[in-house]
Design a protein around this ligand. Sequence first.
Ligand code: AMP
Length: 282
Amino acid sequence: MKVVTSIDQVRQQVKAWRQSGASIGLVPTMGFLHEGHQSLMAAAKEQNQKVIVTIFVNPIQFAPNEDLASYPRDLERDKIACQQMGVDLIFCPTASEMYEAHFNSYVDVNGLTEALCGKKRPGHFKGVCTVVTKLFNITQPDRAYFGQKDAQQLAVIKRMVCDLNVDIEIIGCPIVREADGLAKSSRNSYLSATEREAATCLYRAIQCAGEMIAQGERSVDVIAGAMQAIINAEPLAKIDYIEFVDMASFNAIDSLKQDSLCALAVYIGKTRLIDNFIYQPS
Ligand code: AMP
């Protein structure tokens, strides 16, 4: 497994692979890797001859009040996690390698980015789409892998690739969870022991919604109300949003129908966690 920090080194390797006819799968990450990331690598490994993992905490997707400086980093551990999965190349650039001094071009997807996390984190998806476009151009993969954990990000990337005729297949992978249901996240490392316990309220709320839906409830107000009650009962939790949207438009909906997304963001202490489920009756 090669570990490189310069764009030129990636281009050289990609060129050699392309000449030999190898297909390439890309897994973009911000590092501090866990089994969620590794599930993306496993899917990439299965479907491509070569797998590239990028590890880059992208400064332009963080607002000034967010956790860029404290975001967890451990490259040595990440290398082991990638090695275990048979990754061929890690690209872990510095911020200055990715953004030269006069950098001034951005990719901005409208519509889908105006709801949920896009509303709460202005500029976030512009930063994500810009860095993902750059990573696509640098690594030129056949396929790129993203987690359903970040459902809005996955939808926005799919929209961008379609709108801009990017010839890369976008593959969404299911959410990987801890034994108690908490979605795996690099940010879980911020949680104290009591916060970690409290953080289960997101999945408990999702499970409650699932039970209500199984019993025939379809009203978003009723389901969201029950979810809110579970989370509000947790003193360390503060709801950022719980919303039900149509997966195609990300417009809010009143009652569940095929391909509705329920997404939630909840602060546990100072840590903001997200989770979601899709309602697909058939
Ligand atoms: P991040 O390093 O948090 O930017 O995540 C990199 C990629 O891994 C994104 O496509 C995420 O959606 C995906 N990912 C993160 N956590 C999980 C998880 N628990 N299950 C599946 N995919 C995940």
